[in-house]
Design a protein around this ligand. Structure first.
Ligand SMILES: [Zn+2]
Length: 323
């Protein structure tokens, strides 16, 4: 792990040219803080955010590429908590939160795999996709919003998204060759999306995109209620500017505080790369009576997750300010 981080420091310094010793020391301090926060729990997040993240010059409005072959993405659905079901792919997550009045779906994968993974996955699990009443989209990138139009058109599901991300869909020229979801519910900070006996609390966390949504909700493990902190946007693929990193850093702190106030002991993201969902679901299959749930990492680890994203963003921000 030590070599790993030294390499990262070297890469950071290389790419930014002349760098004062003080600036280099400050970068090192943030890298060490990020490494310590990651521990063995969040190495994927550390690798993606702290090791030479890309310098981004602008937002692209690219058309989606061709669909990759099925074996690169297909994953079986799984029941993960009493009231939470995984209907995602090998790489991306989509979750069905069940309630007394239907289903709240969180994120919708790509257009090319949402029908098989989400609609097909719900059916395999014995759930009715027509009962998806709300779909919460964490942000309008193709790997999370791809199935929103399908659910809206086919089942009349209400789509919940941040206002700036609805705007970006409407402005997009190339991003939605098969059609766009129609503007529906614009999420507000602190808003509760309530369905029967269940509610999801929205925490707006701009940064990854201007309208990124994170959230808090309750799951049950054999009847025991546990709080999930769901992080809606992680990577630094927004234009690399100091003000954008300031916004991102503030959102990590805001979500960490919201998670702590709610005593969240589970951290979820929409990429297995960041929260280990794919391997945790495999571990769950071998769970014996009395063993902890693999997703229940504890409040201290949830806090460390947001420290990793905050500290790595500090590194990138410092690089932009140097020398
Ligand atoms: Zn994204």
């Amino acid at each position: 792990m030590k070599i790993f981080i030294r390499m990262a420091t070297a890469l950071v310094l290389f790419s930014s040219g002349a760098f004062s010793q003080t600036a280099a020391d400050a970068v090192d301090a943030h890298l060490i803080a990020a490494r310590n926060a990651a521990g063995f729990d969040f190495t994927g997040t550390l690798a993606r955010l702290c090791i030479a993240p890309p310098l981004v010059t602008g937002v692209r409005d690219a058309a989606p590429g061709p669909a990759p072959t099925r074996e690169t993405w297909f994953a079986e659905p799984a029941k993960v908590f009493d009231n939470l079901y995984f209907v995602g792919s090998k790489i991306h997550s989509s979750w069905a939160l069940t309630s007394s009045e239907g289903i709240i779906l969180i994120d919708t994968l790509f257009t090319y795999n949402s029908e098989e993974e989400i609609v097909g996955g719900l059916k395999k699990l014995g759930l009715d996709p027509a009962k998806v009443k709300f779909v919460i989209i964490t942000h309008a990138h193709g790997d999370h919003v791809g199935g929103a139009k399908l659910l809206q058109d086919k089942f009349g599901s209400h789509i919940v998204m941040g206002g700036p991300d609805w705007d970006s869909i409407e402005k997009s020229v190339n991003g939605y060759p098969l059609g766009k979801p129609k503007r529906d519910i614009v999420a507000d900070d602190g808003q509760k999306i309530t369905l029967g006996d269940t509610a999801v609390t929205i925490v707006t966390t701009p940064g990854h995109t201007p309208g990124t949504l994170s959230m808090l909700f309750t799951v049950k493990d054999k009847g025991r209620p546990l709080t999930v902190a769901y992080s809606g946007g992680t990577a630094f693929n927004f234009p690399s500017t100091v003000p954008n990193f300031d916004i991102y850093i503030n959102s990590q702190r805001k979500m960490a505080a919201a998670a702590a106030a709610a005593n969240a002991t589970i951290l979820m993201s929409n990429h297995s790369e960041f929260d280990g969902a794919a391997s945790k679901i495999k571990m769950l299959a071998g769970r014996k009576a009395g063993e902890p749930h693999p997703f229940e990492v504890g409040a201290e680890a949830v806090a460390r997750y947001f420290k990793v994203s905050e500290e790595c963003a500090e590194v990138s921000r410092l690089k932009l300010k140097a020398p």
